[in-house]
Design a protein around this ligand. Structure first.
Ligand code: PEP
Ligand code: MN
Length: 332
């Protein structure tokens, strides 16, 4: 139900005019008119576009749209099962705790393949590896680009693990989707609506990271772009609020819990970008498991001190091995 709040002391004729417009625009919905509000029940997704016209009417103070109306595809319904996302032969979602691990960026082929093998042996369920790095500075390492596709293909072949990688621009989507098992939409691109629409047309699993200071509703609306296109394979990933490079980010477990309560989509946590500090990755990973998240994505590097990107928050392989042991004590 949406509530149209009328201005205080609205004249009777003005109220009647607002009511008439509401009835015309939402003819298929149940409408109740009170002194100070008009409620509209059962509005369709397509008629949501009329809400801005209602907001603009004289005599309307505001229009309240609860998250369950705004995000019809992503909220939990009475009979809706929790969605499981299938990346390769891995299932992410209800009753699972998926650990995705890998370097921030793919640097060199041999190095990535060796690391991938070590991560598999340590118990990772999925690999991460970016070939496109959206960086605040154009002078920072930007990733190895499409050359990374072959590296990802090799890593999959050798480890039999699925791989998630970021796509920053619709131009690369088709090529990357042929090799990767899940496409990451990074925090900066959560609001790249053309990219999200294109992902909605595809059938590849998508992981959407929460954008800086985005509310739960904004995050779910980004997912709606993909779901509304007919692709129901969406994972949400919390990565903390940040002012890139200016301060450490703040991982938001409130929003993780709210997301777990509100949506049928799997929700995971990125304790690496979410803290920016290596020593905080283990406790925050355990916290993610403890609050019931469906997994974590962790940055691991064979030699964090020489990493081209995000070495300060990357774990070594042996630290990752310890993390897997600790996580097991919570998720078992
Ligand atoms: C990443 O996971 O590689 C990344 C760049 O993260 P974010 O978009 O959250 O900054
Ligand atoms: Mn990174």
């Amino acid at each position: 139900m949406i509530i149209i709040v009328l201005t205080r002391g609205i004249a009777t004729e003005q109220r009647a005019l607002v009511a008439q417009t509401v009835k015309e625009l939402f003819s298929g919905s149940r409408i109740s008119c009170g002194e100070s509000f008009i409620s509209v029940e059962n509005i369709s997704n397509s008629s949501q576009s009329y809400l801005s016209r209602i907001e603009a009417l004289q005599g309307v103070a505001k229009v309240e749209v609860p998250v369950y109306e705004a995000c019809a595809h992503s909220i939990k319904g009475d009979n809706r099962q929790e969605t499981s996302v299938r990346a390769g032969n891995l299932r992410i979602g209800r009753d699972t705790f998926t650990v995705i691990a890998g370097p921030c960026a793919i640097e060199k082929e041999d190095q990535y393949l060796e690391l991938a093998q070590a991560l598999k042996e340590a118990g990772a369920h999925m690999l991460r590896g970016a070939m496109f790095k959206p960086r605040t500075s154009p002078y920072s390492f930007q990733g190895i680009g499409l050359q990374g596709l072959e590296v990802i293909a090799q890593a999959k072949k050798r480890t039999q693990l699925p791989v998630v990688t970021e796509v920053t621009d619709v131009r690369y989507l088709d090529k990357v989707a042929q090799v990767a098992d899940m496409i990451q939409v990074g925090t900066r691109n959560m609001r790249n609506y053309e990219l999200l629409k294109e992902l909605g047309r595809s059938r590849i699993p998508v992981m959407i990271k929460r954008g800086p200071l985005a509310s739960l509703e904004e995050w779910l609306l980004s997912a709606e772009y993909v779901l509304n296109g007919g692709n129901d394979q969406v994972v949400l990933c919390e990565r903390g609020d940040c002012a890139f490079g200016r301060a450490n980010p703040a991982l938001n477990f409130n929003i993780v819990l709210s997301a777990l309560e509100t949506t049928h989509l799997p929700v995971i946590v990125d304790p690496s970008h979410g803290t920016g500090i290596r020593s905080h990755v283990m406790p925050m990973s355990k916290a993610a498991a403890a609050v019931g998240a469906h997994g974590i994505m962790v940055e691991v590097h064979d030699n964090p001190e020489t990493a081209l990107v995000d070495g300060k928050q990357s774990l070594s392989v042996s630290e990752f091995g310890n993390l897997m042991q600790e996580i097991k004590t919570i998720t078992a």
